[in-house]
Design a protein around this ligand. Structure first.
Ligand SMILES: NC(=O)c1ccc[n+]([C@@H]2O[C@H](COP(=O)([O-])OP(=O)(O)OC[C@H]3O[C@@H](n4cnc5c(N)ncnc54)[C@H](OP(=O)(O)O)[C@@H]3O)[C@@H](O)[C@H]2O)c1
Length: 379
């Protein structure tokens, strides 16, 4: 088992036989359909009340579609009192869906191949299209750029159902296979997002950077301002998801900011611009990062060293999704709205970033860095 997924999820709190890759050729009927103005759809979302789900629900409702949810009623159950809820557990509890009928299904909550196979099999006769939210963690470490045709991670025992940092990626790859196995490549859409960020993100992996910047003072930044990173704003993902449903866009799509369009220096500039903070960036090099094991455990989320083993995770080619209509908003807007959302959270949550360097540790590291670089401490 490779380390790609392990590394990708290191800081996460959530969390094949190759699926026929690429945009499936649309049939004549489907092409006709794609050119028509979209009629209101009956959309079933498996999940819908976590982070990405609510953005998708709101976007679909805004466009006049009807949305139903399937979940256990545990997570943010107060969010959508007006939507029909099919209550159940993906683990052998799909009964409430029996007898239903929908135009399209969005699967946000599929981590276990058996669960995805069960829902796809049950829904095949009663829905025309299945959109599965996957991840770039499905990829093996491979040379950059990663495209939809890059090799996928595998696992020795495909019956394993425990989601860990190591099994997450290969299990998601198997889930993709199950969807296409039931619905076929012309009725299935697989979206592979990178770090999803923006208002509501529970992982803080992107949020850490603008929020820490807001605190001011000296701030440790890894590598150089030119190091590539990639994100996907949750609202852009939601818009693209609903676009795909309306057009029945089949195929596999990396959903990321465009290749080499966003660097750590841009993240710093965005963070400074939206917070107006008086923060001084101190860029530390790879030797220092390695010496203090900062590349592990979510201390420096999202960043990958350009010469490191996992550099290609920041170099994922999203041109296929862009050609299919994915639009990425300016990253500054993501930073602005993330900060605005963050300020609405209760104080105890705001005082407790889930990843990134804690203040004391950061100060200690900066002191060490200054001693090593022969620079006096104190700002
Ligand atoms: N966050 C990232 O950066 C990132 C990156 C790449 C891919 N992804 C993918 O994004 C998806 C997760 O997004 P999200 O959590 O924001 O989705 P979501 O749709 O917003 O929320 C998860 C939903 O799944 C439901 N659920 C969980 N376990 C269930 C079960 N056993 N049976 C029925 N329903 C269940 C939860 O409700 P109940 O608890 O009430 O059941 C909740 O509604 C995953 O597919 C993940 O692989 C995330």
């Amino acid at each position: 088992m490779n380390k790609t997924r392990r590394r990708f999820l290191k800081s996460s709190l959530l969390g094949g036989a190759a699926v026929a890759a690429g945009c499936a050729p649309a049939s004549e009927t489907e092409q006709d359909h794609a050119n028509e103005p979209s009629r209101p759809l009956d959309i079933l979302i498996l999940g819908g009340t976590g982070f990405i789900g609510p953005h998708m629900v709101r976007e679909a409702l805004r466009r006049g579609h009807t949305v139903s949810l399937f979940n256990r009623g545990r997570t943010n159950s107060e969010l959508f009192p007006d939507l029909k809820l099919y209550k159940g557990d993906r683990n052998n509890g799909l009964q409430s869906l029996e007898g239903g009928k929908w135009d399209v299904v969005v699967d946000n909550s599929g981590y276990v191949p058996r669960h995805v196979a069960d829902s796809a099999r049950l829904l095949l006769p009663v829905a025309s299209h299945y959109l599965y939210i996957s991840t770039i963690s499905v990829y093996e470490i491979s040379p950059a750029p990663i495209t939809e045709d890059s090799p996928l991670a595998t696992m020795p025992d495909e019956t394993v159902e425990e989601v860990t940092n190591e099994t997450y990626g290969p299990m998601k790859a198997l889930c993709e296979q199950r969807v296409v196995g039931e619905f076929g490549s012309d009725r299935a859409t697989i979206l592979r997002p990178t770090y999803i960020c923006g208002p509501g993100d529970r992982t803080d992996r992107y949020t850490y950077w603008p929020v820490r910047t807001m605190r001011g003072g000296e701030m440790l930044w890894p590598g150089t301002p030119g190091d590539d990173i990639q994100i996907i704003d949750v609202r852009d993902l939601a818009t693209f998801t609903v676009d795909c449903l309306e057009k029945r866009t089949a195929g596999i799509f990396n959903t990321v900011t465009p290749l080499r369009s966003f660097q750590m220096g841009d993240l710093l500039d965005d963070s400074l611009a939206v917070t107006g903070a008086d923060t001084t960036a101190v860029w530390v090099d790879k030797a220092f990062i390695d010496e203090h094991k900062l590349a592990e455990g979510g201390a420096l989320p999202i960043w990958e060293h350009p010469d490191g083993e996992y550099a290609s995770l920041s170099l994922v080619d999203g041109s296929r999704a862009a050609a299919a209509g994915l639009k990425n908003r300016p990253t500054r807007e993501t930073a602005r709205d993330t900060i605005a959302w963050w300020k609405t959270l209760p104080a105890d949550r705001r005082g407790n970033l889930r990843v990134g360097l804690k203040a004391e540790r950061e100060k200690e590291l900066l002191d060490l860095w200054h001693i090593r670089s022969g620079v006096r401490t104190g700002v």
